[in-house]
Ligand binder design. Sequence first.
Ligand SMILES: NC(=O)c1ccc[n+]([C@@H]2O[C@H](COP(=O)([O-])OP(=O)(O)OC[C@H]3O[C@@H](n4cnc5c(N)ncnc54)[C@H](OP(=O)(O)O)[C@@H]3O)[C@@H](O)[C@H]2O)c1
Length: 340
Amino acid sequence: MSQTATMRRSVVLKRRPDDMPRREHFEVREDAVPQPAAGEVVTRTIWLSIDPYMRGRLSDRPSYAPPVQIGEVMTGETLGEVIASSAPGFARGDVVRGSRGWQTYSISAGAALTKLDRHGAPLSAHLGVLGMPGTTAYSGMKDIGQPKAGETVVISAASGAVGSVAGQLAKRAGARVVGIAGGPDKCLWVQETLRFDDCVDHRLPSLGEALADACPNGIDVYFENVGGAVQEAVFARLNFHARVVMCGMVSQYNERELPPGPNLGFVVGKRVRIEGMIVSDKPERFAEWRALASPWVKEGSLHYRETVIDGLENAPEALALLLRGGNFGKMLVRVGPDSV
Ligand SMILES: NC(=O)c1ccc[n+]([C@@H]2O[C@H](COP(=O)([O-])OP(=O)(O)OC[C@H]3O[C@@H](n4cnc5c(N)ncnc54)[C@H](OP(=O)(O)O)[C@@H]3O)[C@@H](O)[C@H]2O)c1
């Protein structure tokens, strides 16, 4: 353990936000960096992933996962370096992945960590394009969306961690791919770098018309990341036998009252398939996706972007930024130097 690594900082939940999470909902605590007991590993956090699901963990509404309790360290996936180990199979200097939360150092049972094979990719890519968000896109498209050549596929939050991969997969399947994103810069990147066929700015008042222009043959697959007005505009243009991958509805995560539900009568007549998914339902997809996508990342044919915020204490702002579209690609917090 280095001389300076004597204290650990952790971000704990102080009170639950009613709407947008802010710094005052959290508290930074300091304690001594723990020493590993038999079977335990101490890691220094390098990267912390910031994801929309974290908003759900701040609320005690019923959900598919339990909330973080007041006074508990905020949950989150991390990549870190082993600095001390009493667990078989882990040695100082190993790079590991785990759900170790918002803290600068963590102590875990070895079984809670996975040694990382970089597959020749930058470390941070393992929290984004090759990690949970990339796997979500892959799983959603493989199991539900199933885009085919010539079909029209629409992706919301198209420049984001999940959406950017979902759309590139649909392009590889030969579909016409239309992104929906917030603002001209994101739309330009989606078209020029990701090579989507079109991209519609959801901030424009004429979203419905712009979407109709971009999808003259209607919509066969919709990868849903945002909900709200975007969903309404897309649902109105779904084709017979369309598939909707219900991945997330980030526009509603800060709402105190959920809006009234949509009128889904068209689902019957058009035989639309709308199916929800949670990436962890099919754990085998993670390794499958890493094996498939790592060569694409290495050769530069699978594109991704990252927004990096420095410093653990800025994680609450990073989460708020993500929830209002201030990120451009995968949102990450750099907790410590990536010097392994
Ligand atoms: N089901 C699963 O297992 C699973 C796993 C991972 C993620 N997800 C879901 O996938 C979605 C995308 O996650 P991600 O990690 O890739 O995040 P992301 O797309 O990188 O970032 C979130 C994006 O949502 C958009 N957004 C925020 N508020 C919005 C609003 N009011 N209206 C329209 N768009 C809004 C913003 O993009 P613009 O600036 O373009 O609007 C923002 O950049 C989320 O819904 C998340 O919950 C689900």
